[in-house]
Design a protein around this ligand. Structure first.
Ligand SMILES: O=C(O)CCC(=O)C(=O)O
Ligand SMILES: [Fe+2]
Length: 267
């Protein structure tokens, strides 16, 4: 690519992950924070604790709450044009929201994985925007194996007990031991960024990623999006998250004139 300036979209295409700084305005962040706290106080049926009993902290996850919290949809609409530009798609739909909160002192790592093998969608336009509500230092941030989104699908396993609940054992290549390779010093290129509230990390659903534990509280909303090149597939197993067969994925971008009128915006 020479010595020229590499655009964020180009970087996303090459690495499968890119940091977008200052994309959420303060007022929307405040609404988000209130919504996330309300979500934590009243979790859905899909919520789960993804850390062990002996963990000094706690890793709590919840999924698919956008119908209860308008703020999640407002945030998704706000970032959708950017997401469309990054993935090179005319349309952007909300696939689902995923809340990932690690309380202070959480030891539980999020193991290396790709997201897409857990889902019920295929195609190249499946991405996530991981947005923290607390400052995240480099040593506690989400990390990616650069370029892994261009590689094969890797075996999805349950985070806590390493079980093959999605594809049958042997159906897909196993996730490589990235941490061991990193310790030896011969691993692949890993990228990750210290983040402030208002920043987001956009990543492809096939990007191999992982996050360590954290000493400080780390509240994150990961919004998942679908573009033109994505389609629903039927799975004979319970996907993560499970999404009803008749679910609709709201179109966020381009906005229709009707939506603008509804939101009181003249365009
Ligand atoms: O926040 C984490 O620890 C993991 C996030 C993740 O795997 C995701 O957003 O897909
Ligand atoms: Fe993930």
């Amino acid at each position: 690519m020479g010595a020229g300036v590499v655009s964020l979209a180009e970087q996303f295409a090459v690495d499968g992950a890119v940091v977008l700084r200052g994309i959420v305005p303060g007022e929307l962040l405040e609404r988000m924070e209130a919504a996330v706290e309300a979500n934590l106080a009243e979790p859905s049926e899909l919520a789960m604790v993804a850390s062990g009993e002996g963990d000094p902290g706690r890793f709590v996850e919840d999924f698919c709450n956008w119908e209860r919290f308008d703020e999640y949809v407002a945030l998704a609409r706000h970032v959708a044009p950017m997401v469309g530009e990054m993935m090179g798609s005319q349309s952007v739909r909300l696939y689902h929201d995923h809340l990932l909160v690690k309380e202070a002192g959480t030891a539980q790592r999020t193991p290396w994985h790709q997201d897409q093998p857990y889902y019920d969608v295929e195609g190249r336009h499946v991405v996530s925007l991981w947005m923290p509500l607390d400052p995240v230092p480099r040593e506690a941030t989400l990390e990616f194996v650069a370029g892994s989104h261009l590689g094969p699908w890797l075996m999805p396993r349950s985070f806590m007990d390493d079980q093959a609940k999605w594809f049958p054992d042997g159906a897909l290549e196993e996730v490589p031991d990235v941490d061991a390779a990193r310790e030896r010093g011969d691993g692949p290129l890993i990228v990750g960024w210290a983040l402030e509230p208002g920043d987001g990390v956009l990543f492809h659903a096939l990007a191999l990623h992982s996050a360590p534990g954290t000493s400080r509280r780390r509240r994150v909303l990961s919004l998942r999006f679908l573009g033109d090149d994505s389609r629903r597939v039927e799975r004979s197993w319970r996907t993560s998250p499970p999404i009803p067969a008749d679910a609709t994925f709201p179109l966020l971008s381009p906005r229709s004139a009707r939506q603008d009128v509804h939101d009181g915006v003249m365009s």
